[in-house]
Design a protein around this ligand. Structure first.
Ligand SMILES: [Zn+2]
Length: 827
């Protein structure tokens, strides 16, 4: 990077929502410690009219040239200059439809199609809205001014400072200057926005389109709680006078943490009474808490380069769950963290095609279907591991030290280690480096010789590896004695092998207490495994441990090192299981195996899971109950679909009955809506398909639309799946096109139709938003390729030679296909 530092930007915009363009003026104050002749800024799809140097006595025009490939604007100074340099650039840009940069979002209100315009800049799209030094370390302050039609509202990071009517009939909105911040966090938006402040803390406002205010209060309340938690836990006050939480109809990501102006997909902020399910409520809380954690981790202290992006996302992920757990301990949030974060991270990171949390290279890092599970899920899981190792109190003090030391500045991983070491005196740096700077994770193989446990670590991948990597592993072991007592051992494993002494009367041992460690365990000792099965049956270990035990076992099946039969046999220990975490994981594992295996083994899975899951549903009841646990409700929705799919007659009868009633206009409980719609589609005909489409046309509620889009991927009838595939291309809005496709990739009846659809509509599918295109590819390859492996592999070998597009995701999806093929062959 050049040694020039931006200090301040003054951005003036005149958006034209009728023609989807805007004109802009950017005044940029820069500091050059040494004399420079040229200044390079970033830009993308901006037309530059004029560049000038502003001086006390007027201005001087500068020659400039644009390099579109490098996304650079190079400005030649009239003479070599040092110290403060003030540039003024006049330009024009597009209010595009790409959900990146300054973009438009469409909605309908009172039967009119309308547009709003907002920004989405992470990681490098601020350059689509104004020329800038678009790097997180190039922090500056921003003054923003927008001229709008007087009947619209403008929002930015700062509060409104002034409104002024102009002679041309427009209104000029001037915002308060921002704190020193990175370009990717700048926000501005214009539209018919309405504000709903929280009743107790009017800094927090939910921002909605007309007619949506009634859905805003729930999010405002959670915004206040998240802010309150953060200010207390981090010990640093939120520096802006307002915190807008803005619902945007068209949005590629889930949400974005722009400082003081956080944007969300509608269903992740708005709460629709009688429509939003309990799982939807949890997700709303978690996403709001995640984005508010970013106001400290990311906005206040920023990674000094994108290679340290994990310093943002791992913490936001971790505290997203932590805040929910703080206010709603009865929701078993950390169990859900293991299920939705740690589990997928262990799966993703067991591929050869993976990388370290601290991404080597750095400059070209983007958040996508390949990187997100590492940076968010694995990163968050590693924080849970380190918190478990150093204790909650030290963890918190270390983070306070880090945030206070680097406030309004940038940090690296090393800076974080130093802060944690400053308060713990533990070897944090060595420990964390082994987890953050190298790809993958270990498997610990354990065996017992008399009163000695022998532990051995080796990198775990589904396909064979020759790795000699080592990790510094905080190992914990639960010991179960003859007398029924339990005890715990902790050691730091820093070499390939380690021996631990245990008492003679230990009858079973379980490594990785409560699954705080990010590793897998394999028991080379059949007696111990059988003994652990008995501890599972007796529920003598925690739900987290019961989850980990069978999940690590299933990983061996995926490697081809254990047979599906063995796993099914081990599951007999779980026949009395009633906890959410192990049960949802078992359902996923069986579903995953079902998609891969041949007819015989599919029959075996159905005959095991169908009656078993039906019994569980009988125990918890098909209908939601007011006073039940959240996780019971989440379990029910998942198991209704699973049990119906595996042929449980009573479940089919229940769900079909509810679906019929729904089509006839009777409301059903939101907590079973998703599964009832899935079963409705699965057993449905053309009339059902038409009903879904009609519901899509009528609904203004995103939560409802997402449920319907998932159901559109669940038809058994192939002709209806084909119609749904065409509907995805023709009608489903860009932001949601991947949803029915992902559902089809988990539907054995639709899988045979995916490949031809993808290949014959390739050009159109490639036009999806890059991240959403990747999700489609990642969904299709591993399952659709099983029946036509050579064809799929050859197709992508050729594709990757010609195109860069989605390359990382294609590679990891081909590896997943390979794993599926091996698993099928091994069984
Ligand atoms: Zn985030």
């Amino acid at each position: 990077m050049q040694e020039i530092y931006p200090l301040h930007y003054r951005i003036h915009l005149k958006p034209d929502l009728a023609n989807f363009t805007f004109t802009g003026t950017a005044e940029i104050l820069l500091e050059a410690p040494q004399s420079v002749e040229e200044i390079t800024l970033n830009l993308l799809e901006l037309a530059i009219w004029r560049c000038r140097i502003l001086q006390n006595d007027g201005s001087v025009n500068c020659a400039f040239n644009v390099d579109p490939a490098k996304e650079e604007l190079r400005i030649s100074l009239p003479e070599p200059m040092a110290g403060n340099i003030k540039l003024k650039i006049e330009y024009q840009g597009l209010i595009n439809d790409k959900m990146a940069g300054f973009y438009r979002s469409q909605y309908s209100y009172q039967d009119q199609t309308k547009y709003m315009a907002v920004t989405q800049f992470e990681e490098s799209d601020a350059r689509r809205a104004f020329p800038c030094m678009d790097h997180p370390a190039r922090k500056a302050t921003f003054d923003i001014e927008i001229d709008i039609d007087p009947d619209l509202v403008a929002i930015s990071n700062g509060a409104v400072k002034e409104k002024k009517m102009l002679a041309n009939g427009k209104m000029r909105i001037t915002f308060e200057q921002t704190p020193k911040m990175s370009t990717y966090l700048v926000f501005f938006g214009i539209g018919e926005f309405e504000f709903t402040p929280d009743e107790k803390d009017d800094r927090v406002r939910v921002v909605t389109l007309p007619g949506m205010q009634k859905f805003a209060h729930f999010g405002a309340d959670l915004g206040r709680k998240s802010l309150e938690f953060s200010e207390t836990y981090y010990g640093i006050a939120y520096p802006l006078p307002k915190m807008d939480l803005i619902a945007i109809p068209d949005f590629a990501f889930g949400a974005m943490e722009n400082w003081g102006a956080v944007t969300f997909r509608e269903n992740l902020l708005l709460h629709y009474p009688d429509v939003t399910s309990k799982s939807g409520e949890e997700r709303i809380f978690e996403v709001i808490a995640h984005e508010i954690a970013h106001q400290w981790f990311g906005n206040l202290v920023t990674p000094s380069d994108w290679r340290y992006l994990w310093l943002n996302e791992s913490f936001a992920t971790f505290f997203g769950f932590g805040v929910v757990d703080h206010y709603c301990p009865q929701w078993d949030t950390w169990q859900q963290f293991l299920y939705s974060m740690t589990g997928p991270a262990l799966t993703r990171d067991a591929l050869h095609e993976t990388f370290a949390i601290e991404i080597p290279g750095g400059e070209h890092v983007v958040i996508n279907a390949s990187t997100a599970p590492i940076i968010y899920n694995k990163g968050g899981s590693i924080l849970r591991q380190i918190q478990g190792f150093i204790g909650e109190d030290s963890f918190r003090k270390g983070l306070q030290h880090y945030l206070k030391t680097y406030a309004y500045d940038c940090a690296t991983s090393q800076d974080l280690w130093q802060s944690l070491e400053a308060v713990t005196r533990q070897p944090i740096s060595d420990l964390m480096k082994s987890w953050i700077e190298q790809p993958g994770y270990p498997k610990i193989t354990v065996s017992r010789q008399n009163n000695r446990l022998k532990l051995n670590q080796q990198r775990f991948t589904y396909l064979p590896n020759e790795s000699t990597q080592r990790w510094l592993i905080p190992v914990t072991v639960n010991l179960f004695s003859k007398t029924g007592e339990t005890s715990k051992l902790s050691v730091l494993m820093d070499e390939a092998e380690k021996a631990i002494e245990i008492d003679d009367d230990v009858v079973a041992y379980k490594v990785n207490d409560r699954q705080t460690g990010f590793y897998r365990v394999q028991y080379d000792d059949a007696d111990n495994l059988a003994a652990l099965g008995r501890q599972v049956q007796a529920k003598a270990m925690s739900p987290e441990d019961r989850w980990g035990l069978q999940n690590d076992f299933y990983a061996q099946v995926k490697c081809g090192e254990a047979l599906l039969d063995d796993y099914l046999g081990f599951l007999s220990a779980y026949r009395q299981e009633n906890a959410y975490l192990p049960l949802v994981s078992i359902a996923d594992n069986l579903f995953g195996a079902y998609l891969v295996m041949d007819e015989d083994q599919r029959g075996q899975i159905s005959s095991t899971a169908g009656p078993w899951f039906e019994t569980i549903l009988h125990d918890i009841g098909y209908e939601p109950v007011q006073s039940e646990k959240h996780t019971t409700s989440l379990l029910r929705d998942k198991f209704i679909w699973a049990a119906a799919f595996w042929g449980s007659d009573s479940t089919l009868e229940f769900a079909r009955g509810r679906f019929k009633a729904l089509m006839e206009g009777t409301d059903i409980h939101p907590d079973i809506m998703k599964s009832v719609l899935q079963v409705g589609a699965y057993t449905g005909n053309a009339r059902v398909y038409d009903w879904f489409v009609q519901q899509m046309d009528q609904s203004r509620i995103e939560h409802e639309r997402l449920n319907i889009l998932t159901a559109l991927g669940c038809f058994k009838d192939k002709a209806l799946t084909r119609k749904a595939q065409q509907y995805v291309l023709d009608t489903v809005p860009a932001r949601n096109k991947f949803i029915p496709v992902v559902a089809m990739s988990a539907n054995p009846n639709a899988i045979p139709l995916l490949w031809d659809w993808y290949v014959s509509n390739l050009e159109e599918i490639e036009q999806f938003h890059p991240m959403l295109y990747e999700r489609v590819v990642a969904a299709i390859i591993p399952v659709a390729g099983i029946a036509r492996a050579d064809e799929v592999k050859n197709f992508f070998a050729d594709y990757m030679q010609k195109k860069e597009k989605a390359r990382d995701v294609i590679k990891l999806s081909l590896e997943r296909l390979e794993i599926n093929l091996r698993m099928r062959a091994a069984n």
